[in-house]
Ligand binder design. Structure first.
Ligand SMILES: [Zn+2]
Length: 252
């Protein structure tokens, strides 16, 4: 947290927790400071007018003041409530996944990342506007991997660097990309990936959302892409958690 007396941020509320007797602690993703936390004093008192709209998924503008342990919220204005994400259980769980993925892969290091902030608000808007949750979520995952520095290699074999041909291939979580059938015979712990699924993942990796949103993959392709991406995120998270640098960042 930089040294400041009063600071204005644009934020999405990732989660909140009770803090002390009557306060609430917000975990935020902001355009200006990346992930950060802030306290809302007296938020749990019935008379608090500040706390009502400080729910998860909400996009807000906050005035923060320097506090003893954490910055204090002195003013809060709602920018977008994304109401459909609260009213539809399926959308609520999808939005929770989007938020949780970001929460687990970022730490409070005070670094500005307006690209991730924009990706987050765009993704919540698309979900709330009724776009296909599968498409919105896969596009989000692919962009997030880019911004986090884990862009998967989908055009060359991640082992021998030869160009990937239109045939069924493998995917390696540890190599971070596609493995050609020749290399695939000798390597452990690979996931099969069909030509069709690879086609969509490549499309999402290099297209704008407008272009990607025209994709209509078959149900089995959707299932394969979803399981592959979730496996890759799980692998990355476990590896990061075992990295001393990552633990140091979390503890600081
Ligand atoms: Zn190869």
């Amino acid at each position: 947290m930089p040294d400041f007396h009063s600071f204005r941020v644009e934020a999405v509320i990732l989660r909140h927790n009770d803090y002390g007797e009557a306060d609430r602690m917000l975990t935020l993703y902001t355009a200006q400071l990346g992930k950060t936390r802030a306290l809302v004093k007296g938020a749990r008192k019935i008379t608090s007018r500040k706390a009502g709209h400080l729910e998860p998924f909400t996009q807000v503008k906050l005035q923060l003041a320097k506090g003893r342990d954490l910055p204090l919220v002195t003013q809060a204005d709602t920018v977008e409530t994304f109401l459909p994400l609260r009213e539809n259980l399926m959308l609520t769980s999808q939005a929770s996944y989007i938020i949780e993925l970001l929460d687990r892969f970022t730490y409070e290091d005070g670094s500005e990342n307006s690209s991730i902030f924009r990706l987050l608000t765009d993704t919540l808007s698309r979900l709330a506007a009724g776009a296909s949750p599968w498409l919105v979520t896969r596009y989000y995952e692919m962009r997030l991997l880019d911004y986090l520095g884990f862009r998967p290699q989908l055009f060359q074999c991640a082992n021998c660097r030869r160009e990937i041909l239109p045939e069924d291939q493998y995917f390696s979580f540890s190599a971070g990309g596609v493995i050609c059938p020749t290399c695939g015979r000798g390597l452990p712990r690979l996931k099969p990936i069909s030509t069709e699924t690879l086609k969509y993942l490549r499309h999402f990796q290099r297209s704008t959302y407008a272009a990607a949103s025209r994709a209509q993959p078959a149900t089995e392709v959707q299932a394969e892409a979803e399981s592959l991406m979730q496996g890759y995120f799980t692998f990355l998270l476990e590896r990061e958690l075992n990295t001393p640098g990552f633990l140091k960042k979390i503890k600081s």
